[in-house]
Write a protein that binds this ligand. Structure first.
Ligand code: FAD
Length: 397
């Protein structure tokens, strides 16, 4: 078995991983990143990065190359589709935001981090002690042992690192299956928006938007559901309501998602020299915008390691403290009190609704509430309300 020593080992050549690695490399630490796929790697994602996320990306890694953008290159906002045919367009407050091609944008970020990258290297297991972490990984059928002072887990929603830290974790949260198909098609909806259905009977999270000459139609079901069947319902709905005319199905893909973590304020930040960042930690903003919080939480994990080394402190304790700002920002987006009394999103939902006559406003709010009721089986209401009360009285989650 070969051995590699590093100051910091990052698992996952992702946005969170790239941001963590950059902070560590900048501080002069030997930083190695392992990624199970070949780079540049494909990532299922609509690629609509929030203005804050994109600003962070450019400030830290420079302008991405042209190939890191999809066509259309910018998205104006989210357009909610109601079952009576009403459409509620909600623009990003700072104007249209980039529509990035994850394959190349992520590659840009991880290359610019200047970490040493080991592709096709899959994390298998780890063991921590007081001085560091030993990680077992596999490349081309052979095992490799890494030894690092710290590990940053940035391996996404189905994190193998988190599963090793807590073998019961995967059974402790709800999993959702996301499926999307690419069609050559025409659709009678504004191509400048990400369209999202508010329909209490159509499924949890359905969307459509144009990308690279195709229309994507996506559908979300509970893990274990037969997702293509549910997907067909959304296609029929879009045909019926919004004139979807399919010429050809080009491809399809899917994955498992940990959607409930940030909305129930349930995060996993790691322990014993392992710091968990990005969606592996549970970070996901409203409308499944996970890129900005992946970048920010990754950078904070890197900063915590740098700070802990400089001041001889516990990196996990520092990370838990430092990442609270990002936690607050993310959970605020799901907090009903913040939605009512403040404006936690990078778009103004209340202003968008206020443009409509009263009867439409009431209809839209009623439909949104009915849409939320379909989640009642998950017992999310109690943690959402308890987080909201905590935020109200303590100012934090
Ligand atoms: C259909 C869909 C649409 C989305 N649309 C948007 C959107 O429009 N805007 C937005 O902001 N967010 C969107 N998201 C969410 C966003 O994609 C994620 O939140 C974000 O990618 C999380 O980034 P990350 O850096 O935490 O991890 P990821 O991007 O998931 O990266 C994890 C990396 O770790 C690697 N890895 C995994 N396991 C191992 C292992 N065992 N060993 C080594 N490497 C490993 C993976 O190959 C991957 O490269 C969408 C998600 C889905 C599923």
């Amino acid at each position: 078995m070969s051995h590699v020593d590093a100051d910091v080992l990052v698992v996952g050549a992702s946005l969170a991983g790239g941001a963590a690695a950059k902070r560590c490399v900048d501080a002069g630490f030997k930083t190695v990143m392992i990624e199970r796929k070949s780079l540049p790697r494909h990532k299922i994602c609509s690629g609509i990065i929030s203005p804050r996320g994109y600003r962070f990306l450019v400030e830290n890694f420079g302008e991405p190359p042209d190939e890191a953008f999809h066509e259309p290159k910018r998205v104006k906002g989210v357009n909610f589709l109601f079952r009576n045919g009403l459409q509620l367009p909600m623009e990003f407050t700072e104007g249209p935001t980039p529509h990035i091609y994850r394959k190349h944008a992520d590659h840009h970020v991880v290359r610019r981090s200047r970490a040493e990258i080991h592709e096709q290297t899959e994390f298998l297991d780890l063991q921590s002690d007081d001085r560091g972490v030993t990680v077992k990984a596999r490349r081309a059928g052979r095992e490799i042992a890494y030894r690092a002072r710290y590990v940053v887990a940035a391996d996404g929603p189905r994190s193998a690192v988190v599963a090793k830290l807590d073998p019961r974790f995967r059974d402790s949260i709800w999993w959702f299956v996301v499926g999307q198909k690419y069609y050559k098609a025409d659709l009678d909806l504004d191509p400048g928006y990400f369209h999202f259905t508010i329909h209490p009977k159509l499924g949890y999270y359905n969307w459509t938007h144009p990308e690279a000459g195709c229309h994507i139609v996506g559908y979300t079901a509970e893990h274990g559901d037969h997702w293509p069947e549910g997907h067909a319902k959304v296609v029929e709905y879009l045909k019926d309501r919004h004139g979807l005319r399919i010429r050809e199905e080009v491809s399809r893909e899917g994955c498992l998602e940990n959607f409930g973590m940030s909305l129930t304020n349930h995060f996993v930040f790691g322990r014993r020299r392992v710091l968990v960042a990005g969606q592996a930690a549970g970070f996901l903003n409203m409308m499944a915008e996970g890129m900005s919080c992946a970048l920010h939480s990754g950078a904070i994990a890197g900063e915590a390691i740098v700070e802990a080394t400089a001041r001889n402190r516990d990196a996990n304790a520092l990370y838990e403290t430092m990442v609270q700002s990002e936690r607050r920002r993310t959970v605020d987006q799901w907090n009903p009190l913040r939605i009512l009394l403040a404006n936690p999103h990078e778009a103004d939902l209340k202003a968008a609704i206020a443009r409509f006559p009263w009867a439409d406003r009431l209809y839209m709010v009623r439909e949104m509430l009915a849409y939320c009721v379909q989640y009642r089986g998950y017992q999310w209401l109690a943690p959402i309300l308890s987080a909201a009360v905590r935020r109200l009285f303590l100012g934090r989650y």
